[in-house]
Write a protein that binds this ligand. Structure first.
Ligand SMILES: NC(=O)c1ccc[n+]([C@@H]2O[C@H](COP(=O)([O-])OP(=O)(O)OC[C@H]3O[C@@H](n4cnc5c(N)ncnc54)[C@H](O)[C@@H]3O)[C@@H](O)[C@H]2O)c1
Ligand SMILES: O=c1ccn([C@@H]2O[C@H](COP(=O)(O)OP(=O)(O)O[C@H]3O[C@H](CO)[C@@H](O)[C@H](O)[C@H]3O)[C@@H](O)[C@H]2O)c(=O)[nH]1
Length: 350
């Protein structure tokens, strides 16, 4: 059979813009892009991001995405070919307290970004979405991409609306998209180049590692009466470096298998809050100080991905699908970057 002649994808020879690239997930994506040989431009207003998390090899543009004119100029100046859109306000309870702030930032930034992409003829977007778009009563069994959506929180609603804006824009033919719905992101770069340093983070593994390193007095377990094997919440923790690889694959297959698709990003395995605590205690060799409290408003018993589509369609092969490695990498980052956290500094501690 003749071997088909595949044209090189012209988008891939141009720089990639990472919005939110000074944040937790975006900084790992920027590193993975650089490792894969791409030219990277980070666009971030540093509202929660940290300048020192932007890798040295990436260009940095401090810009609020809602300033569409500035964004368009940056895209033109760098000749950007594709955008990985991670920038957002991300804390679920904050979105309940301040829905208009969340709609303003997450919808406003995506609207402005899509407009700038249209004007600057940037033809591909990879979007950071979330498991929080799914309807709450789908939780229990692993969730596939065709499960019903109906977000519980304003945060989830902003992400679902942004997905819709992206799909409607793609339908006009001016760009292609891949939407990645992340489950619970955790871990840190295995080589210690990046990790979660967001001030006032709320994620379980981050807070557990802060407790293990003595930066907070105890970890609170929210709810011990969930209908799960040990009574605590169950989640699908995905290593941030595996997640970053999913973005590279989506970008590189954006004209093929990833074109105009939605994928869950999770391993399909659930671990409870108590599993996380046990794993951390094994890693440190000491007991973690713990308190218990009632269920947190808006929480679900179990949220686990059916992640087969990403593996089947794009060939995603996670390297760190193992809670002990996720915790080891998180702990190493927390221990080595403790100075920043303790002193509330924004500069790099080293
Ligand atoms: N961390 C998770 O568990 C998780 C799970 C699901 C989805 N996500 C999504 O992944 C993305 C990244 O999340 P993260 O955990 O890295 O959060 P983060 O807060 O560390 O990063 C967000 C970044 O976006 C920047 N930003 C926000 N609004 C901006 C604006 N208007 N203009 C320019 N920059 C702006 C911030 O400064 C920050 O650097 C978000 O879209 C989030 O919704 C994260
Ligand atoms: O101090 C803590 C923090 C969390 N938990 C529990 O740990 C689990 C995970 O909580 P958390 O790490 O806060 O993540 P989620 O609430 O599951 O939400 C995350 O995962 C979603 C995707 O599933 C994303 O959309 C959200 O942005 C992200 O915060 C839940 O059962 C919580 O009740 C505790 O018991 N104690």
């Amino acid at each position: 059979m003749p071997i088909p002649h595949l044209e090189p994808d012209p988008i891939l020879s141009r720089p990639v813009m990472v919005t939110g690239g000074a944040g937790y997930v975006g900084s790992h994506i920027a590193l993975a892009l650089l490792d894969a040989g791409h030219t990277v431009v980070v666009a971030d207003n540093l509202c929660t991001g940290l300048r020192w998390l932007v890798p040295d090899g990436a260009a940095f543009e401090q810009v609020d995405l809602r300033d569409g004119d500035a964004l368009e100029q940056i895209m033109r100046r760098h000749e950007v070919g594709a955008v990985i859109h991670c920038a957002a306000s991300t804390v679920v309870p904050d979105s309940v307290a301040d829905p208009l702030g969340y709609y303003g930032n997450n919808i406003g930034a995506t609207l402005s970004l899509l407009g700038a992409m249209a004007r600057a003829a940037v033809g591909r977007i990879i979007f950071s979405s979330t498991a929080a778009v799914y309807r709450a009563d789908t939780a229990g069994a692993p969730i596939a991409e065709d499960a019903p959506t109906d977000p519980l929180s304003p945060y989830g609603a902003t992400k679902l609306m942004a997905e819709r804006m992206i799909r409607d824009t793609a339908a006009t033919g001016i760009l292609d998209y891949t939407i990645l719905r992340y489950f619970n992101v955790a871990g840190a770069d295995p080589d210690g180049r990046a990790g979660q340093s967001t001030p006032a983070a709320t994620h379980l593994i981050k807070l557990a590692c802060e407790t293990a390193c003595g930066h907070r007095p105890s970890l609170t377990i929210y709810g011990t009466d969930w209908p799960t094997p040990d009574g605590t919440g169950v989640r699908d923790f995905v290593h941030v470096s595996d997640l970053a690889q999913a973005h590279i694959m989506a970008l590189q297959q954006g004209a093929g298998a990833a074109r105009n698709r939605i994928f869950n990003c999770g391993y399909g395995s659930g671990y409870s809050v108590r599993d996380v605590i046990k794993e951390l205690e094994t890693a440190t060799g000491s007991a973690l100080p713990i308190q218990t409290a009632p269920r947190r408003a808006g929480d679900l018993a179990q949220v686990v991905a059916d992640g087969r589509a990403l593996a089947d369609a794009l060939g995603w092969r996670p390297q760190y699908a193992d809670l002990s490695r996720i915790i080891a990498h998180s702990l190493a980052w927390e221990a080595s970057h403790s100075t920043t956290k303790r002193q509330g500094l924004t500069g790099h501690p080293n």
